[in-house]
Design a protein around this ligand. Sequence first.
Ligand code: ADP
Ligand code: MG
Length: 349
Amino acid sequence: MKIGLTYDLRDVYLAEGYSEEETAEFDRADTIEALERELRALGHQTERIGRLKNLVERLASGDCWDLVFNIAEGLWGSGREAQVPALLDAYGIPYTFSDPLSLCVTLDKSVAKRLVRDAGLPTAPFVVVNDLKDLPQVRLPWPIFAKPVREGTGKGISGASKLGCSDELVKVCAKLFATFRQPVLLETFLPGREFTVGLLGSGRTTRALGVMEVVLRENADAEVYSYANKEWCEERVLYRLVDDDEAREAARVAVESWKVLGCQDAGRIDLRSDDAGRPQFLEANPLAGLHPHHSDLPILCALQGISYRELIGAILDEARQRVAGNVALCESRKSHESLGKGAARERWA
Ligand SMILES: Nc1ncnc2c1ncn2[C@@H]1O[C@H](COP(=O)(O)OP(=O)(O)O)[C@@H](O)[C@H]1O
Ligand SMILES: [Mg+2]
């Protein structure tokens, strides 16, 4: 297959004057090189596309790919992760990972939590505040945890995110509003174990690749898997596969949440347990980091004996099966042209 790669390269944004933190979710050059290497080793041709603006230009000039391997996070707005997939949908070009709807509802952690809670799955009580005037109405028990509602990679999260009194609440929220210019999610603080669950599949085929516990070493920011702990994870964090009752419950909640949120192909769900040891859904990562040694999903796979190449191959297989199913459905409805070029079935057979 001819596979295009869409991504936001961190160095490009740093050169344009964006800060380290603003670009934290974007990919390093070695991640793109690693993806390219594995896709080629799996027998495919690859073409770098880059970010949304590059994709717009390439589509306008008539370029096409059998599949786009999409890890673009987007820069701004409540649909930033959905922008590339929405454009590819408009051109009938298949892509890996989730569709625009799932990427929007999971980007906003409060919307994801509402959907998960509505399905009867456990997630901590929460409120969303839009500005400082909302704070006097907050009725959550202390301590409270504060985070930007639609960031990732620990952006805006540090030891100061755990709030013990209203002075701290006002101070931390004011800083989050000023820095991230978006609502703040306030949740009851979860003091228990932290898990991240690797997931493969979509809908009924969803299965857990494994449950990894995130254990913070003594030199780490205490109690939270913060931006700094993630950035220096090699020195500060111990990752271990776990398979006890609590971990299995985390896997169950993760698999069910993945289905409820409509996520596709592969990714991770993060959870943390409450004071009674019950794992609670924190957030979904349908565009999980794919740095071979620094990102949680490849780390989890390595601990599980799944090589990076096998992980990338499994993601492609999931996308291939999912898209083949969609093509068959479209053909049976005689709306085949909308998938472009009439050769969709051959490409995906
Ligand atoms: N309600 C909470 N209670 C305790 N810790 C939390 C809570 N919410 C988030 N955290 C901590 O902050 C980290 C990052 O939060 P998360 O929602 O996963 O955001 P990100 O998208 O930045 O990974 C978590 O891994 C966890 O350590
Ligand atoms: Mg997380």
